[in-house]
Write a protein that binds this ligand. Sequence first.
Ligand code: CA
Ligand code: CA
Ligand code: CA
Length: 254
Amino acid sequence: MKPHVLLAPLLLIPTLALAHGDQGHSPPKRGKPAKGLVSPVSPKVTASFDLVRTEVRREGGHILFRQEVREEAGKLTPTPTGQLAGSEVFSYVWPTSIDSGAVGFDAAQGILAFVLTAHPDFDDTPLEDENGDGNKGNDGNLWHSHWVVLVKDASCPGGLKVRDIPEGTRPKLPKTWPGLPILIDSPGFKPALRGQVVEVRIPEEAAAFPAQFNYDGVTAALKVNANLHDPLLCVTGTFDVASGDLSLPGRVLR
Ligand SMILES: [Ca+2]
Ligand SMILES: [Ca+2]
Ligand SMILES: [Ca+2]
């Protein structure tokens, strides 16, 4: 069944870019320091992508990335198309002010985002067997984690893409880079999606996390280019944005 969802283009990308350039200097959101980003129920948004709370927290040697949605976290995944080209990806996204160098890419490559994705038409976790059947290449439909570097691209419907690796170049890549020609990492952190909650715990030592950073919460759809080249993976639109304006107002809680 084709999901009935509302997708909005990322019209406020300049704000996002500005927030990134000004990383670490935004004041905490007044009045809500202990709760992360609280966002309104959005009846027009599919319940499983309707963000009501987003937070990042330091907890017992881990960084907890957490989102609460209206209900049925993780329920909706893309309709399979049977091929990689033109296939869809659904995602829970935490864009951050963390430098791309912190997870093993070259420094200053764009907006580093922690992302959970599901996409039934391909597998990009060649080191992980998420469904436990002995085959590491057949479980892209199950929610799994990535780091991605997002940059602007006017040819994408949502105005953003996962940064491409131009042919003939050899950028710095994390050890768990899955081999796609884009700045994506498949670090294997196991997510939990149940009820209203989407969460992942990342060991502090798994990345060079700064003492403090900014974040936002986004639920979004992406699409693999029908021609399988640059831009390979476009953001096509958002379901919901925690801050409402992609200004990355979140501060890490403890
Ligand atoms: Ca909402
Ligand atoms: Ca896999
Ligand atoms: Ca498998």
